[in-house]
Design a protein around this ligand. Structure first.
Ligand SMILES: Nc1ncnc2c1ncn2[C@@H]1O[C@H](COP(=O)(O)OP(=O)(O)OP(=O)(O)O)[C@@H](O)[C@H]1O
Length: 343
């Protein structure tokens, strides 16, 4: 069983140490004894706060930066001492930078992925052209093949770069913050695309990202990095349940909500107020009240209470036998300020 699982390994880091040689005597070792694996068809998200060492780890795995110790193997082949062409047949990299090559067509850019396989003249064979079309089809951009890259949106450009990596046909695809410049729908789309590609192509996908919420939903495994601590590895849900996510991103300005996987801002509370009603309307009302500095409870406190009327989507403030009806959360907050004389 163990042998079978090892057979599935695409990426293995073996006693890897990462960091920077600053002078002959001086070395900054960010982390050592890194032993990590990614198996066929797995999508792994590398998460961690700024400065944890994510880029350094990604660069070292990809052979762009030398390890201080140890090595990385892709399909059992050590990256160290391989030439550019050999590495390009083992792993492809999609970088964060916005692509600005206006006079190249989408097809041309994706065809660059075939360079590790073509002769020095770069002539594409029929099989290369088939691979390029397949890659474009996978990312849903075949119909844009003859468009210039500057005619595309940021989300589409990112999909072009993923197609280039697919055309390169490597067992491992690495992406450095692939959703960095995208709006929410495109961020979700790219994550869904990468997850599907890992499953359907059986490739291993490793991406560094700051998108905690999306990573928690889409990744098969999370590698969680924090400065001077061993990388924590696990299914997203395990890392939430065992408190690792919370510990890594601990901050006094916000709390990690294990129930929803979201961060919730901490506001200074000045008053406690009773809120009657739950569900969606209750959730958003509680968020607004919390932002205004109210500690919300379902217990009776004082003589004031907010009651939700879900059928009509109205809010009632009950105080000392009188009722004030509000038509929106904005109105509710204004009325509460007047009623309770808070600012
Ligand atoms: N060329 C370098 N020489 C020396 N130290 C470096 C060099 N590049 C980065 N570092 C240091 O290594 C540490 C990790 O940096 P790295 O860029 O890998 O972190 P990161 O997790 O990718 O951060 P971010 O999320 O901000 O991109 C930082 O303290 C950084 O200052």
């Amino acid at each position: 069983m163990k042998e079978e699982r090892e057979h599935q390994n695409i990426l293995v880091t073996k006693d890897l140490a990462i960091g920077y040689k600053q002078s002959k005597k001086d070395t900054l070792c960010l982390l050592s004894d890194i032993n990590l694996t990614i198996r066929k068809g797995e999508m792994v998200c590398l998460l961690g706060p700024n400065g944890a060492g994510k880029s350094t780890l990604m660069r070292t795995i990809a052979g762009i930066q030398s390890p201080l110790d140890g090595c990385t193997l892709v399909e059992g082949i050590p990256i160290r001492d391989r030439n550019f062409k050999e590495i390009a047949q083992l792993l492809s990299i999609v970088l964060t930078e916005r692509i600005n090559v206006g006079n190249l067509t989408v097809y041309h850019i994706v065809s660059l992925g075939r360079h590790p396989y073509t002769s020095w003249m770069g002539k594409l064979s029929d099989a290369d052209n088939e691979k390029i079309k397949w890659a474009l089809e996978q990312v849903g951009l075949l119909h844009y093949a003859n468009h210039y890259i500057n005619q595309l949106s940021d989300g589409e450009r990112q999909r072009v770069m993923i197609a280039k990596a697919l055309a390169q046909d490597t067992p491992l695809i690495m992406l450095d913050e692939p959703t960095a410049h995208l709006d929410l729908p495109n961020r979700v789309e790219i994550m869904r695309l990468l997850h599907r590609l890992a499953r359907e192509t059986n490739k291993a996908i490793l991406m560094s990202t700051h998108e905690l919420d999306l990573a928690l939903q889409a990744a098969d495994l999370i590698w969680l990095m924090a400065r001077n601590q061993p990388v924590k590895v696990g299914a997203p849900e395990d890392l939430v349940l065992n408190g690792s996510i919370e510990d890594t991103f601990q901050n006094k300005s916000f709390n990690f909500d294990r129930k929803t996987g979201n961060f919730i801002m901490n506001y200074q509370k000045k008053q406690t107020i009773q809120l009657l009603g739950n569900d969606v309307m209750g959730f958003w009302t509680q968020r607004a009240l919390s932002r205004e500095g109210y500690q919300v409870t379902c217990e009776q406190v004082g003589d004031c209470c907010v009651k939700l009327i879900e059928e009509t989507m109205k809010w009632e403030i009950h105080q000392n036998g009188s009722v004030t009806c509000c038509n929106s959360i904005q109105e509710l907050i204004a009325c509460l300020k007047e009623t309770l004389h808070t600012n």
